[in-house]
Design a protein around this ligand. Sequence first.
Ligand code: F0G
Length: 435
Amino acid sequence: MTAELACFEAKCRARFAVTDVIYNCPRCGGLLEAVYPDRHVDAAALKRTWRERRLSNAPLDQSGVWRYREAIPFLDGTDRIITLKEGNTPLLEAPGAASYAGLDALTFKHQGFNPTGSFKDNGMTCGVAQALRLGMQRVACVSTGNTSASMAAYASAAGLQPIVFIPHGNISFGKLAQALEYGARTLQVEANFDQILALVRVLAERLGIYLLNSINPFRIEGQKTIIVEMMDQRDWRPPDWIVLPGGNLGNTSAFGKALREMREMGLIGKTPRLAVIQAEGAAPFHELWRSADRAALRAVEHPETLATAIKIGDPVSWPKALFEVLSSNGVVEQVSEQEIADAKAQIGRCGIGCEPASAATLAGIRKLRAAGTMGAGDDVVAVLTGNLLKDPDYIYGYHTDGLTAPGGGKLRSTFGNRPVMAPNDAQRIAELLES
Ligand code: F0G
């Protein structure tokens, strides 16, 4: 199997060796993607193989990424793969969330069940495999938290040194704690995500450090398997919609690429529509979507949202994401801080829970339902990108009337669930519970 890097720009499409250490097209500056020019598959046989591997005890077969290795054949061997048994994330029915959004039924694919608690693990096992193949010793990323947690874990497991750059004071404590515990050199920079990314790109080149942000095409390959696994779990019946939050737009790029390739390989017969949801204060992609010509993304200079995972004003992957949303006949929507907070509490009430950015999905679905873009009977899968425990401060704030929106306004604790102080007295506690 031949694997190459290709420029994503339609007017360029220059090809490069899969082992070149490049993050943008050296000719035109466009984004890069992995391509497999001579891939031919027997779709039915592949589906059987993938299903059989679920019964296997071989480490790679137990990974929800590498089980589908024929969908991401960029390596020339499997000996350099470090797996923490990523992927394997469940589809969960959520009737309560469905009725909140105005749908008959709703399914969540919960990426928070990953080893470090977010969808980043799907991509990181691939990015780290490529780093090892290239003989790199240090890897780096700038992150709103989840990428750094994931990179720290996989790099340390692989014996590489992880270097993490985070916007000071702007990531949740759970995620920062993970980076520290997994042994990353952690630099808190006095700048926002977009500014730090520009900085890190210069540093990576100068110091020979391998960059594992979602601009890295091999991470995108890994994140494709979220969709492959979803379809496998649904016995290859594509839903009408796949809904996801949009930040740096790597996941949108990965999902769209997965869908296109799965159609080409004959694994699915129709393409679900992608619905990308952004937070109002950090919604440059939504702004682009609404613009007349959709020619160029205008960065939001000071992105603001309590959903810190998607607090990004200048998403690097927007050209890919725009192409994928258009290719899937998809949509882009934005939601308010209040809508995210209330949707998140509703997901919690289903016994499922997620981090704030993930809840943008349910808030977006509710809005798209109200506008008639989605029908009540539509088959919808929303991807919950991160675990509930990533950001406990936000949760406590919401339930105790303590959340303040970035602009200063107080958020309503619509579905609040305040803890109650109780005396050390059985009789009075009994009275309290009966009242
Ligand atoms: N949801 C969560 C929980 C995230 O951590 C991120 C991105 C997104 C959604 C958005 O995904 O960037 O592919 O559009 N987090 C990155 C990070 C930026 O550094 O952890 P995207």
